[in-house]
Design a protein around this ligand. Sequence first.
Ligand SMILES: [Zn+2]
Length: 287
Amino acid sequence: MISAESAFEPAAIDRCAQHRHDEQWLGAAWERAQVLVVCDGQALIHEGAPVYLPSGRAPTGERYLLGLVNDVPYFAVSVSEFSPAKSERAAGLRELLGLLEPTQAALTIQAVGLDRWHRAHPYCARCGAATAVAQAGYVRTCPQCAAEHHPRVDPAVIMLVHDENEEAILARGVGWPQGQFSTLAGFVEPGESLEQAVAREVAEEVGLEVISTRYFGSQPWPFPSSLMIGFVATVRAHAEPEIDPTEIAEARWFSRERFIAARASGEIRASGNISISSVLIRYWLET
Ligand SMILES: [Zn+2]
Protein backbone atom coordinates (compact mmCIF):
# COMPACT_ATOMS: atom_id res chain seq x y z
CA MET A 1 0.00 0.00 0.00
CA ILE A 2 1.14 3.54 -0.59
CA SER A 3 1.71 4.93 2.88
CA ALA A 4 2.24 8.52 3.94
CA GLU A 5 5.90 7.62 4.30
CA SER A 6 6.13 6.61 0.64
CA ALA A 7 4.44 9.89 -0.33
CA PHE A 8 7.82 11.55 0.17
CA GLU A 9 9.68 9.10 -2.06
CA PRO A 10 10.00 9.45 -5.84
CA ALA A 11 7.27 7.47 -7.62
CA ALA A 12 8.40 4.03 -8.78
CA ILE A 13 6.02 4.28 -11.76
CA ASP A 14 6.80 6.59 -14.65
CA ARG A 15 3.27 7.42 -15.80
CA CYS A 16 4.55 8.56 -19.22
CA ALA A 17 2.05 11.40 -19.58
CA GLN A 18 4.11 12.76 -22.49
CA HIS A 19 3.39 9.58 -24.52
CA ARG A 20 -0.37 9.32 -23.99
CA HIS A 21 -1.10 11.08 -27.32
CA ASP A 22 1.51 9.10 -29.24
CA GLU A 23 -0.20 6.12 -30.88
CA GLN A 24 3.08 4.82 -32.28
CA TRP A 25 4.77 4.85 -28.88
CA LEU A 26 1.67 3.30 -27.27
CA GLY A 27 1.54 0.54 -29.89
CA ALA A 28 5.21 -0.34 -29.40
CA ALA A 29 4.79 -0.27 -25.61
CA TRP A 30 1.76 -2.56 -25.86
CA GLU A 31 3.80 -5.13 -27.82
CA ARG A 32 6.07 -5.72 -24.83
CA ALA A 33 3.62 -4.86 -22.04
CA GLN A 34 2.59 -6.66 -18.90
CA VAL A 35 -1.18 -6.44 -18.53
CA LEU A 36 -3.28 -6.36 -15.39
CA VAL A 37 -6.84 -7.45 -16.19
CA VAL A 38 -9.41 -5.63 -14.06
CA CYS A 39 -13.15 -5.98 -13.64
CA ASP A 40 -15.26 -3.72 -11.47
CA GLY A 41 -12.83 -3.15 -8.60
CA GLN A 42 -11.20 -6.57 -8.79
CA ALA A 43 -8.06 -8.12 -10.28
CA LEU A 44 -6.93 -11.74 -10.59
CA ILE A 45 -4.45 -13.22 -8.16
CA HIS A 46 -2.43 -16.42 -8.23
CA GLU A 47 -0.77 -17.67 -5.05
CA GLY A 48 -1.03 -14.28 -3.38
CA ALA A 49 0.39 -12.24 -6.29
CA PRO A 50 -1.41 -10.28 -9.00
CA VAL A 51 -1.62 -11.95 -12.42
CA TYR A 52 0.10 -10.04 -15.23
CA LEU A 53 -0.39 -11.33 -18.75
CA PRO A 54 1.88 -10.68 -21.70
CA SER A 55 -0.08 -8.38 -24.03
CA GLY A 56 -0.38 -11.17 -26.65
CA ARG A 57 -2.53 -13.16 -24.21
CA ALA A 58 -4.55 -10.24 -22.85
CA PRO A 59 -8.33 -10.28 -23.41
CA THR A 60 -10.09 -7.65 -25.50
CA GLY A 61 -11.23 -4.56 -23.62
CA GLU A 62 -10.49 -0.89 -23.05
CA ARG A 63 -6.77 -0.35 -22.47
CA TYR A 64 -5.29 2.07 -19.96
CA LEU A 65 -1.59 2.85 -19.79
CA LEU A 66 -0.31 2.54 -16.22
CA GLY A 67 3.30 3.44 -17.04
CA LEU A 68 6.84 2.14 -17.00
CA VAL A 69 8.41 0.29 -14.10
CA ASN A 70 12.11 -0.45 -14.65
CA ASP A 71 11.47 0.21 -18.36
CA VAL A 72 8.70 -2.42 -18.57
CA PRO A 73 5.38 -0.99 -19.82
CA TYR A 74 2.33 -1.86 -17.72
CA PHE A 75 -1.24 -1.60 -18.99
CA ALA A 76 -4.64 -2.38 -17.52
CA VAL A 77 -7.36 -4.00 -19.61
CA SER A 78 -10.95 -3.65 -18.44
CA VAL A 79 -13.23 -6.64 -19.00
CA SER A 80 -16.90 -7.21 -18.24
CA GLU A 81 -16.13 -10.59 -16.68
CA PHE A 82 -13.04 -12.57 -15.78
CA SER A 83 -12.12 -15.93 -17.27
CA PRO A 84 -9.60 -17.04 -14.65
CA ALA A 85 -7.24 -19.99 -15.14
CA LYS A 86 -7.66 -22.85 -12.68
CA SER A 87 -5.29 -21.58 -10.01
CA GLU A 88 -6.45 -17.97 -10.28
CA ARG A 89 -9.25 -16.13 -8.55
CA ALA A 90 -10.61 -12.59 -8.44
CA ALA A 91 -9.71 -10.46 -5.44
CA GLY A 92 -10.99 -7.06 -4.35
CA LEU A 93 -8.78 -4.09 -3.66
CA ARG A 94 -8.74 -4.39 0.13
CA GLU A 95 -7.49 -7.97 -0.10
CA LEU A 96 -5.00 -7.11 -2.85
CA LEU A 97 -3.53 -4.18 -0.95
CA GLY A 98 -2.80 -6.38 2.04
CA LEU A 99 -0.75 -8.69 -0.20
CA LEU A 100 1.23 -6.39 -2.44
CA GLU A 101 4.51 -4.53 -2.14
CA PRO A 102 4.24 -0.75 -2.71
CA THR A 103 4.90 -0.57 -6.48
CA GLN A 104 2.54 -3.43 -7.27
CA ALA A 105 -0.03 -1.88 -4.93
CA ALA A 106 0.32 1.46 -6.70
CA LEU A 107 -0.15 -0.14 -10.14
CA THR A 108 -3.22 -1.99 -8.88
CA ILE A 109 -4.75 1.12 -7.34
CA GLN A 110 -4.17 3.00 -10.60
CA ALA A 111 -5.66 0.19 -12.70
CA VAL A 112 -8.72 -0.34 -10.53
CA GLY A 113 -9.24 3.41 -10.09
CA LEU A 114 -9.18 4.05 -13.83
CA ASP A 115 -11.43 1.06 -14.53
CA ARG A 116 -14.00 2.16 -11.97
CA TRP A 117 -14.09 5.69 -13.30
CA HIS A 118 -14.40 4.64 -16.97
CA ARG A 119 -17.08 2.11 -16.06
CA ALA A 120 -19.10 4.79 -14.25
CA HIS A 121 -18.78 7.40 -17.03
CA PRO A 122 -19.90 5.84 -20.31
CA TYR A 123 -21.98 8.92 -21.20
CA CYS A 124 -21.20 12.60 -21.51
CA ALA A 125 -22.29 14.51 -18.39
CA ARG A 126 -23.00 17.55 -20.58
CA CYS A 127 -25.03 16.16 -23.49
CA GLY A 128 -25.66 12.47 -22.73
CA ALA A 129 -23.89 11.02 -25.80
CA ALA A 130 -21.75 7.90 -25.46
CA THR A 131 -18.13 8.87 -24.75
CA ALA A 132 -14.93 7.19 -25.91
CA VAL A 133 -11.66 6.52 -24.14
CA ALA A 134 -8.74 8.72 -25.24
CA GLN A 135 -5.17 9.57 -24.23
CA ALA A 136 -4.42 6.00 -23.16
CA GLY A 137 -7.16 6.08 -20.53
CA TYR A 138 -6.78 9.53 -18.95
CA VAL A 139 -9.63 11.24 -20.76
CA ARG A 140 -13.06 10.35 -22.16
CA THR A 141 -14.12 12.49 -25.07
CA CYS A 142 -17.60 13.22 -26.32
CA PRO A 143 -18.02 12.92 -30.11
CA GLN A 144 -21.16 15.07 -30.04
CA CYS A 145 -20.22 18.16 -28.00
CA ALA A 146 -16.41 17.70 -27.85
CA ALA A 147 -16.38 17.78 -24.02
CA GLU A 148 -13.41 16.14 -22.34
CA HIS A 149 -13.99 14.29 -19.08
CA HIS A 150 -11.08 13.50 -16.76
CA PRO A 151 -10.78 10.72 -14.19
CA ARG A 152 -11.87 12.07 -10.87
CA VAL A 153 -10.16 12.06 -7.49
CA ASP A 154 -12.06 13.18 -4.39
CA PRO A 155 -9.87 15.09 -1.93
CA ALA A 156 -10.43 14.39 1.74
CA VAL A 157 -8.54 15.76 4.73
CA ILE A 158 -7.44 13.49 7.56
CA MET A 159 -5.93 14.96 10.68
CA LEU A 160 -4.26 14.03 13.88
CA VAL A 161 -5.66 16.63 16.27
CA HIS A 162 -3.74 17.41 19.43
CA ASP A 163 -3.91 20.16 22.01
CA GLU A 164 -1.18 22.48 23.22
CA ASN A 165 -0.06 19.77 25.67
CA GLU A 166 0.17 17.29 22.78
CA GLU A 167 -2.68 15.15 24.00
CA ALA A 168 -4.53 13.81 20.96
CA ILE A 169 -8.25 13.51 20.41
CA LEU A 170 -9.30 10.33 18.60
CA ALA A 171 -12.79 9.29 17.67
CA ARG A 172 -14.91 6.23 17.09
CA GLY A 173 -17.24 6.63 14.12
CA VAL A 174 -20.91 5.73 14.24
CA GLY A 175 -21.26 2.00 13.52
CA TRP A 176 -17.62 1.18 14.33
CA PRO A 177 -16.88 -1.62 16.80
CA GLN A 178 -16.41 -0.72 20.46
CA GLY A 179 -12.84 0.35 21.15
CA GLN A 180 -11.89 1.22 17.56
CA PHE A 181 -10.46 4.74 17.43
CA SER A 182 -9.04 6.74 14.58
CA THR A 183 -8.11 10.24 13.48
CA LEU A 184 -10.79 12.64 12.23
CA ALA A 185 -11.41 12.97 8.48
CA GLY A 186 -13.81 14.43 5.96
CA PHE A 187 -14.27 15.50 2.34
CA VAL A 188 -13.16 18.88 1.06
CA GLU A 189 -16.04 21.02 -0.19
CA PRO A 190 -16.09 23.28 -3.27
CA GLY A 191 -14.49 26.65 -2.58
CA GLU A 192 -12.63 25.47 0.50
CA SER A 193 -8.88 25.35 1.14
CA LEU A 194 -7.49 22.20 2.72
CA GLU A 195 -6.75 24.11 5.94
CA GLN A 196 -10.32 25.41 6.04
CA ALA A 197 -11.63 21.88 5.52
CA VAL A 198 -9.52 20.66 8.47
CA ALA A 199 -10.90 23.41 10.72
CA ARG A 200 -14.50 22.84 9.60
CA GLU A 201 -14.38 19.07 10.03
CA VAL A 202 -12.80 19.34 13.50
CA ALA A 203 -15.46 21.88 14.51
CA GLU A 204 -18.28 19.74 13.07
CA GLU A 205 -17.15 16.38 14.41
CA VAL A 206 -15.86 17.24 17.88
CA GLY A 207 -16.74 20.94 18.38
CA LEU A 208 -13.14 22.12 18.80
CA GLU A 209 -11.45 25.21 17.38
CA VAL A 210 -8.29 24.61 15.35
CA ILE A 211 -5.56 27.17 16.01
CA SER A 212 -2.93 25.82 13.59
CA THR A 213 -2.49 23.15 10.91
CA ARG A 214 0.57 21.59 9.36
CA TYR A 215 0.68 19.46 6.21
CA PHE A 216 1.86 15.91 6.87
CA GLY A 217 1.60 13.81 3.70
CA SER A 218 -0.97 12.18 1.44
CA GLN A 219 -2.19 8.77 0.40
CA PRO A 220 -4.39 7.53 -2.43
CA TRP A 221 -7.39 5.86 -0.78
CA PRO A 222 -9.20 4.07 -3.60
CA PHE A 223 -12.45 3.24 -1.79
CA PRO A 224 -13.59 4.29 -4.28
CA SER A 225 -11.55 7.33 -5.41
CA SER A 226 -10.31 9.47 -2.54
CA LEU A 227 -7.00 11.15 -1.95
CA MET A 228 -6.41 11.40 1.79
CA ILE A 229 -4.47 14.58 2.58
CA GLY A 230 -2.96 14.33 6.03
CA PHE A 231 -2.49 17.16 8.53
CA VAL A 232 -1.46 17.64 12.11
CA ALA A 233 -3.82 20.16 13.70
CA THR A 234 -3.54 21.90 17.06
CA VAL A 235 -6.53 22.89 19.21
CA ARG A 236 -6.59 24.65 22.59
CA ALA A 237 -5.81 22.54 25.64
CA HIS A 238 -8.50 21.10 27.89
CA ALA A 239 -11.38 21.81 25.55
CA GLU A 240 -14.32 19.46 26.08
CA PRO A 241 -15.36 17.79 22.82
CA GLU A 242 -18.90 18.28 21.62
CA ILE A 243 -19.48 15.44 19.20
CA ASP A 244 -21.71 15.32 16.18
CA PRO A 245 -23.76 12.20 16.97
CA THR A 246 -24.62 11.60 13.30
CA GLU A 247 -20.93 10.90 12.54
CA ILE A 248 -19.09 10.31 15.82
CA ALA A 249 -20.09 7.79 18.50
CA GLU A 250 -17.35 8.74 20.93
CA ALA A 251 -14.32 11.06 21.11
CA ARG A 252 -11.59 10.79 23.72
CA TRP A 253 -8.44 12.64 24.71
CA PHE A 254 -5.33 10.52 25.01
CA SER A 255 -1.90 11.30 26.35
CA ARG A 256 0.77 9.21 24.63
CA GLU A 257 1.14 7.06 27.77
CA ARG A 258 -2.62 6.59 28.08
CA PHE A 259 -2.93 5.61 24.41
CA ILE A 260 -0.09 3.07 24.58
CA ALA A 261 -1.51 1.53 27.76
CA ALA A 262 -5.06 1.36 26.35
CA ARG A 263 -3.83 -0.26 23.14
CA ALA A 264 -1.68 -2.77 25.05
CA SER A 265 -4.60 -3.77 27.29
CA GLY A 266 -6.95 -4.20 24.30
CA GLU A 267 -9.24 -1.43 25.55
CA ILE A 268 -8.79 0.33 22.19
CA ARG A 269 -7.85 -0.72 18.68
CA ALA A 270 -6.26 1.76 16.32
CA SER A 271 -6.86 1.71 12.55
CA GLY A 272 -5.06 -0.75 10.27
CA ASN A 273 -1.43 -0.40 9.28
CA ILE A 274 -2.10 0.42 5.64
CA SER A 275 -3.84 3.72 6.30
CA ILE A 276 -2.40 7.19 6.72
CA SER A 277 -4.37 7.35 9.97
CA SER A 278 -2.05 4.78 11.51
CA VAL A 279 0.99 6.66 10.21
CA LEU A 280 -0.30 9.91 11.75
CA ILE A 281 -0.87 8.20 15.09
CA ARG A 282 2.59 6.61 14.95
CA TYR A 283 4.09 10.03 14.17
CA TRP A 284 2.33 11.54 17.19
CA LEU A 285 3.50 8.70 19.44
CA GLU A 286 7.10 8.91 18.30
CA THR A 287 7.70 12.67 18.30
ZN1 LIG B 1 -21.19 15.66 -24.92
